[in-house]
Design a protein around this ligand. Structure first.
Ligand code: ZN
Length: 274
């Protein structure tokens, strides 16, 4: 029996689902005397369907001819506080937004910190960084954080670059983020908070809400860990906080957040995505 077993098995494999059932019952008859100890313990069970990769529906993302953004009302000012999005949800809540990444050095440090404190944050990513670091971008989303549009190349001043380029900056980043993560961003932040009528119009056209900030520690200037920390600790319920993980050396930001996050949590504030 031992000599013939491999041949018989090969044959059974080719019989697909029925073959699987036969092989299972045959193994159980063999008991524990055979060489396949683990298999022989298996009782005959209803034939499981052969596992086939399930066809995944093709998502309709930006760039797809059938993609249509969810309509949103055009705003004439950016949202700076969670209360402007939903007064109910703002109770006891605070939002940490992180701009200009993903960055290969600082984004993973911030992700680890957020995981350590079980905090969900919002990342406004730059399309060209997403293009360079698609896996890191996906890691942000897989960790449960929110991903949002912060233009393709972060041009500045954003409100002065001309309408066609403004549109291109938003569209390209939208497509790039969607391709990398499967997520279509619902929020947009203009580089440097440089808004204009046209920026608001284009933001709404692509189904996004314009987001500003209430608490700005100016961490991108690298003013020192203490100053970043003090500014962030001023945050009250409903505040949208601005920090950066890209665009330069962000070690001060990481060091400040390491101290600030647990302190804000101890105050009873809950970090929420937008
Ligand atoms: Zn920025």
């Amino acid at each position: 029996m031992d000599m013939k077993e491999p041949t018989r098995r090969r044959l059974l494999w080719t019989l697909g689902a029925i073959g699987f059932a036969v092989a299972t019952s045959s193994d159980s008859v063999r008991g524990t005397s055979g060489t396949g100890g683990r298999e022989s313990a298996a009782r005959p069970t209803p034939t499981p369907a052969p596992s086939r990769p399930r066809p995944t529906p093709t998502p309709i993302l930006p760039g797809h001819p059938a993609w249509k953004p969810t309509p949103v009302q055009r705003r004439t000012a950016a949202v700076n506080n969670l209360k402007d999005l939903d007064p109910q949800r703002a109770t006891g809540a605070i939002s940490l937004t992180i701009d200009d990444g993903p960055h290969p050095k600082y984004t993973p440090q911030i992700l680890d910190l957020l995981a350590e404190h079980q905090i969900t944050a919002t990342f406004f990513v730059v399309g060209e960084m997403v293009k360079e670091y698609p896996l890191l971008t996906r890691r942000i989303v897989e960790a449960g954080h929110q991903i949002c549009n912060h233009t393709m190349h972060h041009p500045s001043p954003f409100d002065r670059i001309g309408s066609r380029r403004i549109r291109r900056e938003i569209v390209e980043a939208h497509e790039r983020i969607a391709q990398a993560t499967g997520v279509v961003p619902k929020f947009f932040r203009a580089p440097g908070g440089a808004w204009s009528k046209q920026v608001f119009e284009t933001t709404a056209e692509f189904g996004m809400i314009p987001i500003g900030w209430e608490v700005d520690p100016q961490d991108w200037r690298r003013p020192g860990v203490g100053r970043i920390k003090r500014a962030l600790l001023e945050s009250q319920e409903g505040a949208i906080m601005l920090c950066h993980d890209g665009g330069g050396n962000r070690s001060q930001t990481v060091a400040a957040l390491r101290q600030v996050l647990p302190r804000l949590k101890r105050r009873g504030l809950t970090f929420v995505p937008l």
